[in-house]
Design a protein around this ligand. Structure first.
Ligand code: HEC
Ligand code: HEC
Length: 245
């Protein structure tokens, strides 16, 4: 009994501490409501054809690839997959190349490029930003803040969580946000932000230009896959865990 307790304490001590994540902002509800309208408004785009929601339905991603606001084929040179906007206070700096520090700068860039020369009144920009800040992180309620599966969880997913840590995933994708600031070279033609893994199993394609058609491919890609390579049984466990996020 004592031995088991001691072993448990030792395990806790070895587990990496959850990465510090800024507290959720509490934007003004009136601004949030006004921002929600703006998010749907094609009037913000330069040619009146598109809204933020078109590429970010429900505050998520449409998982399509764009270059300069025009849809391009998966894997096309310079193409970027649209990003989910959930829990943005946890995912700065913004864009796949991490080049923008603030949400306001990111809104301006979206208007200029993705919204084809769109404009916004300063007071509307404040409301749109408040709306974006109100979008909660993707959450199935299946994991604790330290990333451990909440009970009842399958043995496979619990072992998947162990493997997630053993394989070094939290180095770049630490819970609870499953992303951390910085650029990483995982042999995918450049240095990229580590995308959050919250809700990652909802849809692909994966990677900054959609180069990985499935989670299996993302986790088997040379330079990103753990060394030694995962066996198919290990991959199965890891996927069971990723489906809880
Ligand atoms: C034509 C599709 C399209 C439209 C319209 C669009 N976006 Fe985006 N959005 C993208 C793409 C693609 C990216 C990733 C670009 C990159 O990383 O270079 C992105 C990224 C973002 C990000 C960064 C997320 C992160 O975690 O880094 C934010 C914030 C954002 N968009 C907000 C908006 C807002 C607000 C609007 C409306 C004003 C909007 N977007 C309109 C396609 C679009
Ligand atoms: C050295 C940092 C690093 C490590 C370690 C790492 N990743 Fe990643 N991961 C990244 C980067 C950077 C990308 C984006 C690459 C790109 O877009 O080209 C990424 C992309 C992903 C994606 C695709 C997400 C999406 O929305 O497109 C998944 C899934 C993923 N990682 C899971 C994992 C798992 C599971 C592990 C552990 C086995 C892991 N990663 C280890 C940095 C890392």
């Amino acid at each position: 009994m004592l031995l088991v307790a001691a072993a448990l304490v030792a395990c806790r001590a070895l587990a990496p501490a959850p990465a510090p994540v800024p507290a959720a902002p509490a934007p003004n509800p009136d601004l949030v409501q006004r921002g929600a309208f703006l998010f749907l408004d094609p009037g913000l785009s330069g040619d009146g054809t598109r809204s933020c929601a078109g590429c970010h339905p429900g505050g998520g991603s449409d998982y399509r690839i764009y270059r300069e606001g025009v849809e391009v084929a998966i894997g096309a040179e310079g193409g970027r997959r649209s990003l989910p906007l959930r829990g943005l206070w946890q995912t700065a700096p913004y864009l796949w190349d991490g080049s923008l520090e603030t949400l306001r700068a990111t809104i301006d860039r979206m208007l200029r490029v993705e919204m084809r020369g769109g404009t916004i009144r300063p007071e509307d920009a404040v409301a749109l930003e408040a709306y974006l800040q109100s979008i909660r992180p993707f959450d199935r309620g299946r994991i604790a803040p330290d990333g451990a599966p909440r009970e009842p969880a399958t043995l496979t997913s619990r072992r998947g969580f162990e493997l997630f840590r053993e394989a070094g995933c939290p180095e770049c994708h630490p819970p609870p946000a499953y992303t951390r600031p910085g650029l990483f070279d995982v042999a995918s033609d450049g240095q990229w932000s580590a995308p959050t893994l919250r809700g990652v199993s909802v849809s692909g394609p994966y990677g900054h230009d959609g180069r990985w058609s499935s989670l299996e491919r993302a986790l088997s890609a040379a330079g990103h896959a753990p060394e030694p390579r995962l066996s198919s049984e290990e991959l199965h466990r890891l996927l069971a865990y990723l489906r809880l996020l």
